[in-house]
Design a binder for this molecule. Structure first.
Ligand SMILES: Cc1cc2nc3c(=O)[nH]c(=O)nc-3n(C[C@H](O)[C@H](O)[C@H](O)COP(=O)(O)OP(=O)(O)OC[C@H]3O[C@@H](n4cnc5c(N)ncnc54)[C@H](O)[C@@H]3O)c2cc1C
Length: 477
């Protein structure tokens, strides 16, 4: 199998497929002069771009500046599987574990968020290859079925249009000998081209009068009581308020990292599948799909029928944002192996692109808000790999906190509490390495790996589903 994987990877480009496009807009000029603004947004991913649009639409008079260290969509937003979800947390099951008291509100906010997401894309004619095909959760082996059934039950309880699939019907949707069942949540989710979404949002923000500076990095912030002075690499910005949308990079205040760890996830993209190859796997309904493996794999089709196959975590010391090993074949071999084990009928398929991207991981596996400089700056991030639609929600609530809006939801736990503290380096590095090894091998080998995952669950990371335990209810969040 591994030999087949290495062969299929032999001509791969180490570049996110989404960013390998001649439709990328040219970068806005870097900031060179000192300026003033009402609102400074730091980070040009989905969160920053949505925040700029939402704030400008709400109050067109507000002066808004957005700075991005690299170019728009350089971070996670140009690199995801880009499966759209109606959940603004990390799916219903994890949300029900962590925020049982907020769940009704979170579900309502999730529906409102996805409607606003859809409506904005349509109103501004953002061409981003969106397909509202739903989410498919597939059980790998019989041991995956309890998780599928639990998630399905919650979807039914909260009024989602969902169908439970037995072995035969799941294989009709997506044919793999590993899948023993699943469920398909049919509405308000699907797939998108994330780079085209980000570039479209950039166009809209510029058209509304947002000033965007690319290749401009926040270096330092000074609190001058009534305002902040932000030093960039080339200039100074005087701002009344600042929204830090730096997610896994955790830039903007040294304490952010205490609750956000940068891990990386890896993705492979195949060449376009022929109609005959597609017929071998079915997938007529083109859903975004996740499986129940401990080291979760996710998959989807693109507009030109390539298959994206993702899910192989890595951790690099001190949050290295550009690890050189991820520009070599080695870290992708096990992912390619998993692809061929999942779809043995696609042995003749080759990969064209391989990449990794930064995930801002927290113990609540979902967005949170940190307040700095007496409330003049809010950090919003920590989506834990589930933020393509949730980033719009994060932007909306980050702004609501920053502008002290009178919204009763701001008093709920999800908006008013913080995720747990995560140990610093080198303990973070060592702990992550052991956890990733355990996640990788727990399904096959069990033993101490399960015990370790239980320990990590006790620290607050919701891993009970990987260990077969009931949810841990004693964590302080
Ligand atoms: C491999 C992978 C697969 C994923 N798959 C999915 C999926 O299928 N579905 C889903 O819902 N979510 C998925 N996600 C998660 C989703 O992509 C993210 O949650 C979302 O893109 C986060 O957007 P963001 O704007 O908060 O962060 P980012 O897009 O990371 O943006 C942060 C930006 O801040 C900039 N920045 C950093 N430091 C500074 C500084 N000092 N000054 C100025 N700018 C700075 C960075 O350059 C970056 O552009 C995935 C993520 C990855 C990595």
């Amino acid at each position: 199998m591994t030999e087949r994987a290495i062969q299929a990877l032999s001509e791969v480009k180490f570049l996110p497929y989404w960013l390998d496009s001649d439709q990328a807009p040219s970068a806005e000029a870097a900031l060179t002069d000192s300026i003033e603004t009402d609102l400074l947004i730091v980070g040009g991913g989905f969160t920053g771009l949505w925040a700029a649009i939402i704030a400008k639409e709400k109050n067109p008079q507000t002066q808004i500046v957005l700075i991005e260290k690299n170019t728009i969509a350089f971070g996670a937003s140009g690199r995801p599987g880009a499966i759209l979800s109606a959940s603004v947390m990390h799916g219903l099951h994890i949300a029900s574990e962590i925020f049982p008291n907020d769940l009704d509100t979170l579900e309502r906010l999730g529906r409102e968020n996805i409607m606003a997401f859809k409506e904005t894309i349509e109103r501004y004619n953002i061409d981003c290859e969106v397909e509202w095909t739903g989410e498919l959760t597939v059980a790998v082996g019989d041991e995956g079925m309890p998780m599928v059934k639990d998630e399905y039950k919650l979807h039914q309880q909260y009024g989602h249009e969902a169908v439970l699939l037995d072995e035969q019907s799941v294989q009709t949707e997506l044919n793999s000998p590993l899948f023993k069942g699943g469920f398909w949540s049919k509405k308000n989710s699907g797939v998108i081209n994330p780079a085209k979404l980000a570039w479209g949002l950039k166009r809209v923000a510029l058209s509304l009068g947002v000033r965007i500076y690319e290749n401009t990095s926040l270096q330092q912030t000074k609190d001058e009581h009534t305002h902040l002075i932000v030093t960039t690499d080339g200039a100074k910005i005087r701002t009344t308020r600042m929204l830090l949308c730096t997610n896994a990079f955790a830039a903007g205040h040294k304490k952010i990292k205490q609750r956000v760890a940068m891990i990386r996830d890896r993705i492979l993209m195949t060449e376009p599948l022929t109609h005959e190859q597609l017929n071998r796997i079915g997938w007529k309904n083109r859903q975004g799909a996740y499986d129940t493996r401990t080291q979760l794999n996710y998959m989807r089709l693109t507009k030109d029928n390539r298959m994206l196959f993702g899910g192989r975590l890595g951790y690099f010391m001190a949050s290295n944002p550009n690890p050189q090993t991820d520009l070599t074949v080695k870290p992708y071999i096990r992912l390619a192996d998993a692809f061929f084990i999942t779809f043995p009928q696609l042995q003749d398929v080759r990969f064209t692109h391989a990449w990794s991207g930064p995930i801002g991981l927290t113990t609540r596996m979902a967005v949170h808000f940190q307040s700095y400089y007496a409330g003049k700056a809010i950090y919003v991030g920590g989506y834990s790999g589930f933020g393509v639609t949730a980033s719009r929600f994060g932007a909306e609530f980050g702004l609501a906190k920053l502008f002290n809006e009178n919204r009763e939801e701001l008093n709920l736990e999800f908006a008013s509490t913080l995720p747990n503290w995560i140990p610093p380096e080198p303990f973070r590095y060592i702990g992550s390495k052991i956890t990733m090894y355990a996640l990788d091998t727990a399904d096959e080998k069990g033993g101490w790996r399960i015990a370790w995952l239980k320990l990590v669950d006790k620290m607050g990371f919701p891993l009970s589903w990987t260990t077969g335990d009931e949810p841990n209810e004693t964590n302080e969040r």
